[in-house]
Every structure is written in C-alpha cells, then in structure tokens.
Write a protein that binds this ligand. Structure first.
Ligand code: UFG
Length: 330
C-alpha cells in the first residue's frame, strides 16, 4: 500500500518522502517540478512528473499504484505573490485540490493529510493562536488554503473523505544529514536568506520594518523544524488510519522569536558576521504570529524534538554550507 505525496519534490514534501521511506512506507511522489527539485528525492521513491490539475495524469497514477492515503503539499505558498496573482493561486491551489479530491473519491481513497497555514487566521486578536480562533485570511494565499480545507470538509460530509489539516507556522531547518533542505528560487524566507548572507551570497539581510509593536520593533514568528513538522504528518496518517475523525491542528512551538533575534542566533550558530540593514515593512506581514500546538500534542501525540531556534538554524546551516548552490550544485 502506498502513500501518495502530492508536491513531494518541494521543500516540505521531500522531507516527508524521506521520513516515509525511513518508516518502511512506500511513497508515490507526484510533482510538476515548477518549484520542486527532483534531486531532493531519495533513490527508492517512485516519482511521476505531472500536475494535480491534470485529471488524466491523476487517474493514471491512481490506476498504476494502490494508493492508501494522501499527503497533500502541492500548492503555491507565497503570501506576497498571491496578492499579485490571485487567480493563479485559485487555479493551482483550489482547482488542483478539487481534481485531487475527485480522483480520491473515484478510486475510493479516504484519508488525506493536508498542508495548511497560519495565514488562514490573518492578524490574530490574541496569541498563542488556538485552532478555534476566527479564520480571517488577509491574502489570496490564506483564502485559498481555507477554501481547500472547506472543500475537504464538505467532501467528507458527502463522500466520507477524512482529513487532517495541519496549519503550519514558520517552517525552517533541514534534514540532519544535510542532503535535503530549503531551495526556493527566488528565496523569500527569513532563515535561508539570513544564511545566504552568512555565506556571503548576499550583502546583507534586510529587516522588513523595525517599528512594529513588539519587544524590539521587528516581527515575531513561531518557528517549527521541518523534520518535526513531518513527524506530525505521519502521526496524522496513523490517526486517520485508526479511525480518527477529521480535524484541524496548529503546528508551531508555542514560542515567538523576532527577526532581530533570529539574525542574532544565526550569528552565534554560524560564527559568521551577518550584516543587516533596515528596510520598509513588507505589506501583509502581521506583527506577531505564535501557535498554540497543545491540541496536536494531545490528540496526535506530537512531540517536537528539534524545534528550537538554535537547532533549526544549525540544521539549515549544515544544508546551506554543504549545498551553497542548493540543488543546482547537485
Ligand atoms: N523577513 C525579513 N527579511 C527578509 C525575509 C523575511 O525581515 O528578507 C521577515 C518577514 O517580514 C517576517 C519574517 O521575517 O516578519 C518571516 O518571514 P518569512 O517570509 O520567512 O515567513 P512568513 O511569516 O511571511 O510566511 C510564512 C510562510 C507562509 C505562511 C505564513 C503564515 O512562508 O507560507 O508564514 O503566516 F503563509
């Protein structure tokens, strides 16, 4: 029995593929390689290149492999880009999920674990954010992810589909062996950009705004290690297999770190000089996002092991130092 990993060649999906193989499971990866990297996949993984919006492609994969459960990572995921290209986000994220769910229903596949986001909450009234906080997305990205969650909910009511939606906060870090890590083109995420500055690939890290109402004026985020994040996905697959009901969980660390604190920690971990410069606020950035992940711990038995910012940065640094050109150098 196989686990379909949609978007399995992306940063987060590829970590899932490796952990599935570690656990003796059989991942079947699909990815259109628009942002994913084939080089991130381990040798034993079955891979089909194609797009989740392509009905014939999807059917052909489900016909060829006996898919038991689905991990869904295939989506566009940048808040800023979604403001400029909302329709592309609806097409890829919402329509893509529609085709995936249609295919699951047609082939009688019941369980899906879905990659959702803190962006479904918008600017929170209070932190840490619990799962029952109001969902008021402030970008097409957050809106499409919420729409995808709702599509799964209604498919559950009508067709018996069961889902776990995992709302990620800020994911960073890399696999311990330094062979799998983050490589977005162009890179927009804080941790890899700080480390590119540490490597001298950028002149400096630009801090997007230092006049937020936070302890040092810079934005506060909740960072979760990608390997811990994936452990929660595998636990969610088990939970669904054992008959757990559809549900939504936050994945974070219950702690917030400011942009300046992240840069300072990176200086300590890398021992490198990391020049910083002050820039304008980035539109759409909430001042403070911190998750309450108590529910995932209680219900799924999630126990993050490497989720503290030093480990996150150390593991990411290991990847960046070994692969300064990302997958381009492999
Ligand atoms: N930042 C900088 N300089 C940079 C890059 C980022 O100061 O060069 C700041 C941002 O302004 C923000 C923080 O660092 O305050 C983190 O930014 P990221 O771009 O790394 O992450 P985001 O919090 O914007 O986004 C992440 C995920 C999204 C998800 C969102 C949920 O990448 O997919 O969390 O709010 F939607």
């Amino acid at each position: 029995m196989s686990v379909l990993v949609a978007g399995g060649a992306g940063y987060i999906g590829s970590h899932a593929v490796h952990q599935l193989l570690d656990q003796g499971k059989q991942p079947v990866v699909i990815d259109n390689l628009r942002t994913g990297h084939k080089a991130s996949l381990p040798k034993g993984a079955v891979f089909y290149e194609g797009d989740i919006r392509d009905r014939e492609f999807m059917k052909s994969v489900f016909r060829r492999k006996r898919i038991k459960q689905v991990l869904m990572f295939a989506a566009h995921s940048l808040v800023g880009e979604s403001m400029e290209k909302p329709l592309e986000y609806y097409d890829n994220n919402v329509f893509g999920t529609q085709v995936l769910l249609e295919t699951m229903v047609e082939f009688g596949v019941r369980d899906i674990v879905f990659s959702s986001t803190a962006a479904v909450y918008g600017e929170p009234a209070e932190v840490p954010i619990k799962e029952n906080a109001p969902t008021m997305p402030e970008s097409p990205y957050g809106e499409t992810k919420l729409g995808m969650e709702n599509m799964m909910k209604w498919s559950g009511t009508a067709h018996g589909l069961r889902y776990v939606s995992l709302r990620y906060f800020n994911v960073a870090g890399a696999r311990l062996n330094g062979r799998v890590g983050e490589d977005h083109r162009p890179e927009t995420h804080l941790v890899p950009i700080i480390l590119q500055a540490a490597l001298g690939q950028r002149e400096a890290i630009t801090i997007f705004g230092d006049d937020y109402p936070t302890r040092d004026g810079t934005c506060i985020r909740d960072y979760v290690h990608v390997e811990d994040l994936i452990s929660a996905h595998l636990q969610a697959l088990d939970y669904l297999q054992k008959g757990g009901s559809s549900d939504v969980f936050n994945l974070g660390s219950n702690e917030g770190f400011s942009v300046k604190e992240m840069i300072e920690t990176a200086r300590q971990v890398t021992g490198r000089d990391i020049p910083e410069q002050r820039g304008e606020r980035r539109p759409g950035d909430p001042a403070r996002l911190i998750a309450s992940s108590e529910k995932a711990k209680k219900v799924l038995g999630w126990e993050p092991k490497r989720t503290d910012v030093e480990n996150i940065i150390r593991d990411a640094w290991n990847w960046h130092r070994k692969n300064p050109q990302g997958y381009g150098g492999i």
